[in-house]
Design a protein around this ligand. Structure first.
Ligand code: SAH
Length: 361
C-alpha cells in the first residue's frame, strides 16, 4: 500500500511522464502538506535517525566554541547573524549557546536565525531555546544580510539529488516512472544521454553518480553572503571528499533501511554530500573537509569528556565514553562524517583544520 503522496506523485507521472529522482525527492520530502520534512519528527529515539548533537552535549558545546572563536577572529561584529540550517530539535544550538555564555559580548552580538520548513520542529526549537530570541525562515535567502556565522549539521544530505548511470551511450539520468498498472512507482533510465554529463567525471559503463543542484544553490548563496559581508560557515555531514561516489540515495524509516519509492512522505530520504562540489560552488576559501573525529579531537573533545566524567557517576561515565566512541570512532561517525569550513579569508586556518586552505577554490 502506498501513501496519499505516493498516489499524487503517480498521478503526476501518468500526466507528464517520468520525473527526475530530484523531483521525486522534492515532493517526498517537501510537499507542503504531505512531505516528510513538513510534518515528521525525524530526529531522536522516537524518530527515524539519531544525529551527533542528540548523541552528546559535547558536540554542540565544541561547535559553539568554534563559532565564538570565529566571531573573535572576525573582530567581534555586532550584530552578527548566527544562522543554523535545519536545526532539528535545536539541541546543537542550545548546547552551543550555553557553552559560550562566558565569551564577553558574544551573546549580546548574536542575532539568531533558524532555517526550518517543519512546523512541528519549529515548535520544538522554540521550547529548546527558552528565552533566547530567534527568527525562523523557510529559505536561507530570507535571512537578513550582514556578517554571518552559519552552521549546518545533517542538512545538506536531506536535499534532492539527481542520479545518473553510465551506459554505452554515455551518462543517462535515472528517473522515476510507473509500472504497467499505472500506479506503482519504479526506476527507469531516461532514453537519451544527459546534458548533466558535462558535470560528471568519466567513469566505466555501469558506474553511477549523483548531483545535488539544491545543495549547490544554497552553497552559492552562502558564498555570496560571506564575500559581501564577511563571516564563516561550518558544514558537517556524511559524504565524500572528492570525485564521484556512486549512488548513495537511501531511505530510512523507524531507524531501519527502507525502499526509496515506498511510502513517500513517511520515509526519510538522504544522500551522501559531495563536499568538493559544495566547496567549489561557494567560490570562497574553504578548509577541509576533515573527518569529524579528527575535527572534534583537535577542538579538545577528549579533555571535555574527562571534565564531564570527573563530575559523573559510574553509569554516566560509561555513557560519556560510549557517546565519545560514536562521535569520533573511525568505524562509527569519525570518518564518514566530514567537516568543511567556508571562510572570508585565506589568512589562517580556523580551529580544527590543518594549516592551509584546501585547493578546491
Ligand atoms: N541539524 C539537526 C537536524 C538534522 S535533520 C541535527 O543535527 O539533529 C534535517 C533538518 O533539516 C530538520 O530540521 C529538517 O526539518 C530540516 N530540513 C530538511 N529539509 C529542509 C529544507 N529544504 N529547508 C529547511 N530545512 C530543512
Amino acid at each position: 500500500m502506498t501513501t496519499e503522496l505516493g498516489r499524487l506523485i503517480a498521478r503526476r507521472i501518468a500526466l507528464t511522464g517520468p520525473i527526475s529522482i530530484a523531483d521525486f525527492m522534492a515532493e517526498a520530502l517537501g510537499h507542503p502538506r504531505l512531505g516528510y520534512y513538513r510534518h515528521a519528527m525525524p530526529v531522536g529515539a522516537a524518530g527515524d535517525f539519531t544525529t551527533a548533537p542528540e548523541i552528546s552535549q559535547m558536540f554542540g558545546e565544541l561547535l559553539g566554541a568554534w563559532l565564538a572563536e570565529r566571531w573573535l577572529a572576525m573582530g567581534r561584529p555586532r550584530p552578527v547573524r548566527l544562522v543554523e540550517l535545519g536545526p532539528g530539535r535545536a539541541t546543537l544550538m542550545a548546547d552551543a549557546l550555553r557553552a559560550t555564555r562566558g565569551v564577553a559580548g558574544f551573546h549580546a552580538a548574536i542575532d539568531l536565525h533558524l532555517v526550518e520548513i517543519n512546523d512541528r520542529l519549529r515548535a520544538v526549537q522554540r521550547t529548546a531555546l527558552g528565552d533566547i530570541n530567534a527568527t525562523w525562515h523557510a529559505h536561507f535567502e530570507d535571512v537578513p544580510s550582514g556578517p554571518m556565522l552559519l552552521v549546518a549539521n545533517e542538512f545538506f544530505d536531506a536535499l534532492p539529488v539527481r542520479q545518473f548511470e553510465k551506459t554505452s551511450r554515455g551518462w543517462a539520468e535515472r528517473m522515476v516512472g510507473l509500472e504497467d498498472d499505472g500506479e506503482t512507482l519504479r526506476f527507469a533510465l531516461a532514453p537519451g544521454a544527459t546534458p548533466y554529463a558535462a558535470l560528471l567525471a568519466d567513469a566505466p559503463a555501469g558506474a553511477q553518480a549523483e548531483i545535488s543542484e539544491a545543495g549547490r544553490v544554497i552553497a552559492a548563496a552562502i558564498g555570496v553572503r560571506l564575500r559581501q559581508h564577511g563571516g564563516w560557515a561550518l558544514i558537517v555531514d556524511y559524504g565524500y571528499a572528492r570525485g564521484t561516489h556512486g549512488a548513495s540515495l537511501q531511505a530510512v524509516r523507524g531507524h531501519r533501511g527502507a525502499s526509496v519509492l515506498d511510502r513517500p512522505g513517511e520515509t526519510d530520504l538522504s544522500a551522501h554530500v559531495d563536499f568538493s562540489a559544495l566547496a567549489e560552488t561557494t567560490g570562497m576559501p574553504t578548509f577541509g573537509p576533515v573527518g569529524q573525529g579528527e575535527f572534534l579531537q583537535r577542538l579538545g573533545i577528549m579533555q571535555r569528556a574527562e571534565t564531564l566524567k570527573a563530575r559523573a557517576d559510574e553509569a554516566a561515565r560509561g555513557a560519556i565514553d560510549a557517546a565519545l566512541a560514536r562521535l569520533i570512532g573511525p568505524d562509527q561517525m569519525g570518518t564518514l562524517f566530514r567537516v568543511l569550513a567556508v571562510g572570508d579569508s585565506r589568512s589562517a586556518a580556523p580551529a580544527g583544520f590543518p594549516d592551509s586552505p584546501s585547493d578546491a577554490t
